[in-house]
Design a protein around this ligand. Structure first.
Ligand SMILES: Nc1nc2c(c(=O)[nH]1)N[C@H]1C(S)=C(S)[C@@H](COP(=O)(O)O)O[C@H]1N2
Ligand SMILES: [Mo]
Length: 219
């Protein structure tokens, strides 16, 4: 990603400068942790992959799926499947930590790193948070710095297979360093905002950020 020297005002340079600013007072949220720190407090490991949602699992084929990216961005866009797959594709292996206390290690994801999508849409200087919207009506909010973390992805593949409908296929968000309720399944809109705005569970008492290592479960 950083091989070529970039002119000081390219869109990539501007985005990177913004992320750097936002991370100024933070440890890199995606920095590797020692084994002792790998399982956050109050969590236990599971082997399977539980399904949790509002009980409505929308059936969105790849041909019908759209992702709208709008709000405080220089270049709003609506991606269809072909446009999404034409973005740089990345792989990550990350852990899942659900607020209901289960964690699952070593999930192999394939999809689009949020950073690669941000390079195209270019968040405006005033953008500080994102609200994620999904086909089942679910919403959840995250600070832009967390959304832009190096291991955050829009995934379409898990363990080498297309993401199944019950886990949010065709495309879901994964932000590994936050509790899993922030990882919207069946995602269809990413809205950039100038202030934080509570999503579905956040309105119902869940934490606005949701850092598992700080046990930010409830507000
Ligand atoms: N669209 C949508 N995304 C969602 C949810 C939901 O109800 N709808 N539930 C969240 C919660 S609370 C969790 S723990 C995870 C569960 O993802 P999984 O079913 O793939 O384990 O999805 C999150 N994303
Ligand atoms: Mo959850």
């Amino acid at each position: 990603m950083d091989e070529e020297p970039l002119p000081p005002d390219s869109k990539l340079t501007r985005s990177k400068r913004r992320w750097a600013d936002e991370h100024k007072f933070l440890t890199d949220p995606a920095a590797p942790r020692s084994d002792a720190q790998r399982l956050p407090p109050g969590q236990h490991l599971v082997e399977g992959w539980p399904v949790l949602d509002l009980g409505r699992q929308p059936d969105i084929g790849r041909d019908r799926w759209r992702l709208k990216v709008d709000g405080m961005v220089e270049r709003p866009v609506t991606l269809d499947w072909a446009a999404f797959m034409a973005l740089p594709q990345s792989r990550r292996r990350t852990d899942i930590h659900c607020v209901t206390t289960w964690s699952r290690y070593d999930n192999d994801w394939k999809g689009v790193a949020t950073r690669d999508m941000l390079d195209d849409v270019v968040p405006r200087a005033e953008a500080s948070h994102v609200l994620l919207h999904a086909y089942d009506g679910y919403t959840t909010n995250v600070p832009l710095a967390d959304f832009a973390a190096p291991d955050a992805m829009l995934v379409h593949d898990w363990q080498g297979r297309p993401l199944t409908r019950d886990h949010g296929g065709p495309v879901r968000l994964v932000i590994p360093h936050l509790y899993f309720w922030k990882s919207a399944k069946w995602i269809n809109r990413i809205e950039f905002l100038g202030a934080d705005k509570a999503g579905f569970w956040e309105v119902n008492g869940y934490h606005m950020r949701g850092d598992p290592w700080a046990e930010e479960r409830y507000s």
